[in-house]
Ligand binder design. Structure first.
Ligand code: NDP
Length: 239
């Protein structure tokens, strides 16, 4: 059997696509999100599905321990879980931007905290964090979301350098718009309508499969080759 892959945010969008793709390649998977039924519905072989909030360190630790006992050490952690609740911070509810900071920033660090020391001691392993083009540029109504994704870029690059000597790869993927339910969680209808209107100028977002293919490509390089960052968007997307 191939090595264990952990995917957070596996119940929807990009994470769901990653789960299917890595499973098809023969990897056992640990699928994490809060929606157990959606992950179980994928009905993947050699797959452990756990309802876990990525900000809950102890639940994450328990799930990873159980998966490693079943399938061996984790070789790839893909931090995909994320939230995009657009708005202006002086208007938007505290819970919205606070939650986004927790999930998008703390939620990548919990998994990293649990698996990284062991990867270093084994001199192998890969961590892939999904950031965004909003982790490189700013956009209206995106201040906190951009802040969280700039943080994902910074955390990734910093850890990459810290663990490079141990042969562990840390990679960031920065997609432009992808067709997933991500925007649907924004509560401000006007912002959603304007976003949808703008999206028409690029016809549609990327297919989640195109992100999944990039991730598989980066992971499939030899362990001593690190594709540090992939930025991918529709050709017609200007920013
Ligand atoms: P979706 O909304 O389709 O998926 C988000 C996933 O994150 C779901 O599986 C959701 O599961 C999970 N999630 C959210 N909160 C938590 C939590 N507290 N604990 C565990 N899981 C959680 O969006 P995408 O697939 O588009 O998003 C995936 C990543 O890609 C995100 O990090 C996003 O920022 C990034 N991205 C997306 C772009 C796009 O245009 N779609 C562009 C650039 C980056 P559940 O609710 O079941 O817990």
């Amino acid at each position: 059997m191939k090595k264990l892959v952990i995917i957070t945010g596996a119940s929807s969008g990009i994470g769901k696509c990653l789960a299917t793709q890595f499973s098809k390649k023969g990897h056992p998977t640990l699928l994490l999100s809060r929606s157990l039924d959606k992950m179980e519905d994928l009905n993947l072989p050699n797959s452990l599905c756990k309802s876990v909030d990525v900000t809950d360190l102890e639940k994450m630790r328990e799930a990873i321990k159980e998966a490693e006992e079943k399938y061996g050490k984790v070789d790839l952690l893909i931090n995909c879980a994320g939230l995009m609740l657009l708005g202006h911070p002086e208007v938007q509810a505290f819970e919205e931007w606070s939650n986004m900071i927790d999930v998008n920033i703390k939620g990548i660090l919990t998994g990293i905290h649990i698996v990284l020391a062991d990867m270093k001691s084994r001199n192998e392993g890969t961590i892939i964090n999904i950031s965004s083009i909003a982790g490189r540029k700013t956009f209206d109504n995106h201040s906190v979301y951009c802040g969280t994704k700039f943080a994902v870029h910074a955390i990734t690059e910093n850890i990459r350098k810290e663990v490079a000597d141990s042969n562990v790869r840390v990679i960031v993927i920065a997609p432009g718009v992808v067709d997933t339910p991500l925007l649907s969680h924004t509560t401000n209808e006007e912002i959603k309508d304007n976003y949808d209107e703008w999206k028409k100028t690029i016809e549609s977002g990327l297919d989640p499969l195109q992100i999944s293919n990039c991730i598989e490509f980066a992971y499939s390089q030899p362990q001593d080759v690190c594709i540090r960052e992939i930025v991918i968007a529709k050709t017609k997307q200007l920013d």
